[in-house]
Design a protein around this ligand. Sequence first.
Ligand code: FAD
Length: 467
Amino acid sequence: MSKYDVTIIGSGPGGYVAAIRCAQLGLKTAIIEKYNTLGGTCLNVGCIPSKALLDSSEHFHNAKDNFEEHGILLKDLKPDFSKMIERKNKVVDQTCKGIEFLMDKNKIDVHQGVGSFVDKNTIKIVDGEGKETEIKSDKTIIATGSKPNYFKGMEPDKKRIITSTEALSLKEIPKSMIVIGGGVIGLELGSVYARLGTKVEVVEFADSIIPTMDQTMGKELTRVLKKLKMKFNMKHKVQNVENKGEGVVVTALDKKDKEVTFEADYCLVAVGRKPYTEGLGLENVGIKTNDRGQIEVDDNLKTSADNIFAIGDVIRGAMLAHKAEEEGTFVAEKIAGQIPHINYNLIPGVVYTWPEVASVGKTEQEVKEAGIEYSTGSFPMKALGRSRASGDIQGLVKIITNKETDEILGFHMIGARAADLIMEGVVAMEYRASAEDLVRMSHPHPTYSEAIREAAMDATGDRAIHV
Ligand code: FAD
């Protein structure tokens, strides 16, 4: 029977990063994955395929609606959807093969099959053909991730009532689509189809989209997506979704509790994700899940079993690939006796619409609720020379600071390349910079990053230059 220092169950961004870091630190490491490809949700049906389709659809949208302004005239433009999907599959395939290469390079044993605990040092693996093997492991890291969530009445049938997984592999561009949920996944995939010509209508229970982000971002993103002709029905509670064969009917209660119906070709259910622990045999090692289905962990990400850790979507916190990666590294280093650190306040959140939305630290609502005296500074992207040159004039940067000390508490932006630019905010906040520190740093001209410096100027007095 094979014996390992560390075994990781699940090969998503949490699991494979943990495995590599364990191997780098000299630990004999195995990883177990139930699917034939490595990479988990993120690489197979999440971050990577969605970004491939977002980019393809944005190219099409630009060519159709924005190239003319740049003096590029195109005729009879139409999307070849099957080619877009084929390209997306190729990107996924290459990325997953990259993980296989990394496992090999780091001498990590890969076991294909469903892993489950027999006891706290023994894991059974059942492969696709039903063949069983057992391995021994000193320590185990659970990184089994999550799967799409849904509520009563909106159960996906994966044909017309679909989740993000099916939305990434449709055979046709729908004429119309209802998206239940105005969160990140619903808006990203909704915008993919809206750009390709689908009539997209969002039905959301809350009173704003991306409700966990700063309210200014939600308002600005609504404006941006309305330009893509996306429609929004806020404060609507979905009661039922029915597959009518050729399409779907969604029934909801509006804010006055009046019943309303929506009809479309497809309904995308995007109401979050839930932790995945099915078939893990947690009962055999005395690990319980909480009422949200999450595995409970302490500050060292250790479960109630003293040699078993858990990371990523299966535990509390943001369901994000980079958060899972941080935790994978953290646990590997902890097991190896190091003193790692994660600053959970500085895990950035991003929505990959175009323009992108990115955020780190506290929202204005949060600092207000915490009773902190604060200042805000903002700057519109349209006032930048770089934005006018490229045509990306939508969006703004908003910085929240402590009124007394000028320390940056929150950093929020919507604009071209916001997903990359947010790192200036993360670095600044990790080093506890003040807005004045940002003002005193030279930002290259012309770039989108100048909006950050100008917003910092606005936060430290009425002194932004270009408004
Ligand atoms: P996962 O990636 O879910 O991996 C878990 C793995 O464990 C899976 O491969 C599963 O098959 C395997 N597994 C489960 N049980 C067993 C078992 N018993 N035995 C063996 N294997 C098992 N996040 C971002 O940060 N940026 C994005 O742009 C982004 N876009 C997204 C877009 C979509 C459409 C979706 C759905 C998600 C997106 N996410 C994004 C979220 C991101 O995918 C997750 O946060 C991330 O994948 C979580 O990583 P993980 O390692 O915890 O688990």
